[in-house]
Write a protein that binds this ligand. Structure first.
Ligand code: MIC
Ligand code: SF4
Length: 640
């Protein structure tokens, strides 16, 4: 039967279930990646599984998020990660070596393989023709232990690219255009497969920009075929033997098709505070810009930064604007240094940071009060930058370089085409900052600093519940809303009691104390609850505070899986029920266990006697996990 590329790679890896849309399937995972902000929990959970060595083809632990060391915590966590990697057979990419997704693409990605990463932008690997999926740390720990990854068979949407980008339009504008059309919830339950004659006009790093930011659609993943451009990329990275030609069959059937004529695209911008608030840059030309940040896993490749250097060459950054650049990897930075582009960036007045996530996750460089910050990143959620009242605008590196020079948004349509940069056919390959595991590692001692606290566990699901609505939130609540990040809170990622004090802090500073005072509770949300990152702390910390269930109109994929993993029931309510529930309402839910056992809907009754129907969309396996009180309990009970 003719197949999409997605179906072909899934068919190669499926170990359970049927490839029917919406059905739960289990996939064999070839590669995993973790980063430091989610990795400490992932490895603590891996340790709890009691396996002697990872069972994947390749597992890599990156340190790229928590790189500001304002106290001992992050440095201690890095030491833990390095030692636990050495102990269990995991490659360790040292701090300073770059952002996980950029480095993984350069050094480890292989067309046709599956990659599971404890970071929502893992689909970056789709740029090289992988099925690369973001998940919570516990799912990644289980994959390292050789367990399959479970997901619902997604719909496959074709994105047909024709024509060629012209002028100042870039790969970033392709994905901004998709976001403009589909919104931040338009991709839930879908894989976006790019094809058509326009594909060959895009290099692998450009493709990776598109698959990376496909995460903002809520998509399961996005991917490109593996073709001659992929072969060139792997050859430039001195890994030519890993290339294979991969594409969908000519007559593959897709669930939907989107057409994009690359030649028609103009520079776009996502305005505050959502990645789908997209308009042409022209519409806001002249708006004054206080800060420009270039980097992140979306736009920090050698081509991106060489283009920025070529645009900035001979200019000085506008006096009213601060320009910050964080290269994607040490490879990128070293090549910029050797070819002179770094000197051009410095001469123009750029503040160059180490290769890491940096300002993208609020790890430094928070903008000034009420300011406009223009970024090449992928998320502009309110407050994520560390400045609650700043407005974050997402654009291409080219548009951001113009903003840095002029101190305002510039409509590039009026300007001559941007400088074209020549990329070398061979990249500087030096893996000395990646520590490969050794064969006999049983003697390796794992180093744990005082910041690392045990993982809290939940009891098995109770028979009935009396719960208070702790918070009523709106649509598109992000995991940054639930569990904020930033330089002050991220160092607490391996300390659940401490980090839980910050749950929902930006929306409601009293949430944590109220939750602890009120006993068992629930959170009410609208559509697309939990969009954004993969951080399982957005489930673990609420669990620690006594949250038993989330009642929402719909859920984002990764967060829903994280809720189940930590024993919080993701319950679906109607818009009417949403309207009836208020903060402070007390609900009684009877027969919880029995109903979940029988796969029947639940009902809650308010103190006023109003009945609210609570449904759910959970596989048999997920129901068992909930009954056990979470996935760690579930795995342990099965092992016993
Ligand atoms: C993000 O971009 O929000 C992060 C930080 O990379 C997260 C992971 C995390 O919270 O550690 C993600 O995207 O999954
Ligand atoms: Fe890091 Fe930002 Fe990419 Fe998340 S989105 S992995 S914080 S660079």
């Amino acid at each position: 039967m003719a197949g999409t590329l997605t179906e072909k790679i899934i068919a190669d890896h499926i170990v359970d279930g049927q490839m029917a849309t919406g059905e739960e399937i289990a996939l064999r995972i070839d590669q995993t990646l973790t980063q430091d902000a989610t990795g400490t929990m992932a490895y603590l959970q891996f340790e709890a599984l009691g396996i002697d060595r990872v069972r994947t083809e390749l597992s890599v632990s990156y340190v790229d998020h928590n790189t500001l060391q304002t106290g001992f915590e992050n440095a201690d966590d890095h030491r833990y990660l390095q030692s636990v990697a050495a102990r269990y057979g995991v490659h360790f990419s040292r701090p300073g070596n770059g952002i996980c997704h950029q480095v993984h693409l350069e050094r480890f990605g292989v067309p046709g393989r599956t990659l599971l990463g404890s970071d929502s932008h893992t689909p970056t690997g789709g740029g090289i023709g992988m099925i690369a999926i973001g998940a919570g740390g516990l799912d990644v720990a289980a994959a390292m232990a050789g367990e399959p990854f479970y997901l619902n068979m997604p719909q496959v949407v074709a994105v047909r690219l024709t024509g060629q980008l012209t002028g100042w339009a870039t790969a970033k504008d392709v994905i901004l255009e998709v976001l403009r059309r589909l919104t931040v919830k338009g991709g839930v339950g879908k894989v976006f497969e790019y094809f058509g004659p326009g594909v060959a006009t895009l290099s692998v790093p450009e493709r990776a920009t598109i698959t990376n930011m496909g995460a903002e659609l809520g998509a399961t993943t996005s991917l490109f075929p593996s073709d001659d451009r992929t072969r060139d990329f792997l050859a430039a990275q001195r890994r030519p033997e890993l290339w294979t030609m991969l594409a969908a069959d000519e007559d593959a059937r897709y669930d939907d098709t989107i057409d994009i004529d690359l030649a028609s695209l103009k520079p776009m911008v996502a305005q505050p505070h959502m990645p789908d608030e997209v308009v042409p840059v022209r519409e806001i030309a002249g708006l004054s810009v206080d800060q420009v940040c270039i980097g992140s896993c979306t736009n920090s490749s050698l081509k991106d930064l060489m283009t920025v250097a070529a645009i900035l060459k001979g200019h000085t950054v506008n006096p009213g604007t601060s320009l910050v650049i964080s290269p994607g990897s040490r490879q990128v930075e070293e090549m910029l240094a050797r070819n002179g582009a770094l000197a051009d960036l410095l001469a123009a007045g750029a503040r160059v940071l180490e290769p890491s996530c940096g300002p993208c996750i609020g790890m430094g460089q928070s903008p000034s009060s009420g300011s406009v910050s223009v970024r090449t990143f992928n998320r502009n959620f309110k407050g994520r930058s560390g400045t609650a009242d700043a407005g974050i605008y997402l654009v291409s590196p080219e548009v951001s370089a113009l903003a840095a020079i002029h101190g305002q948004f510039v409509d590039a349509a009026e300007l001559p085409a941007p400088p074209q940069v020549d990329l070398p056919s061979e990249f500087t390959v030096d893996d000395s900052m990646i520590i490969a595991p050794v064969a006999d590692s049983t003697h390796v001692e794992i180093v744990r600093g005082p910041n690392i606290k045990p993982i809290p566990l939940r009891d098995p699901l109770p028979e009935s519940m009396s719960v208070t609505v702790l918070l009523k939130a709106g649509d598109n609540i992000t995991t940054d809303d639930i569990m904020p990040a930033g330089a002050k809170i991220l160092p607490l990622r391996s300390n659940i009691p401490a980090i839980s004090e910050h749950v929902f802090e930006g929306l409601d500073p009293d949430f944590a104390s109220r939750a602890q005072a009120s006993g068992p509770g629930v959170v009410v949300g609208g559509e697309n609850y939990g969009q954004g990152s993969s951080r399982e702390h957005a489930a673990l910390a609420p669990m620690y505070l006594g949250v038993q269930a989330v009642l929402a109109c719909s859920f984002a994929r990764i967060h829903k899986a994280n809720l189940v993993n930590f024993g919080i029931i993701p319950l679906v309510i109607s818009a009417d029920a949403y309207a009836q529930l208020e903060q402070g309402s007390v609900l009684s839910i009877d027969g919880v266990r029995a109903s979940i056992e029988r796969s029947e809907p639940l009902a809650a009754t308010t103190a006023e006697g109003v009945a609210v129907k609570l449904s759910y969309d959970l596989s048999d396996r997920e129901r068992e996990i909930l009954l056990a009180g979470g996935r760690l309990n579930y795995i342990r009970s099965r092992q016993a």
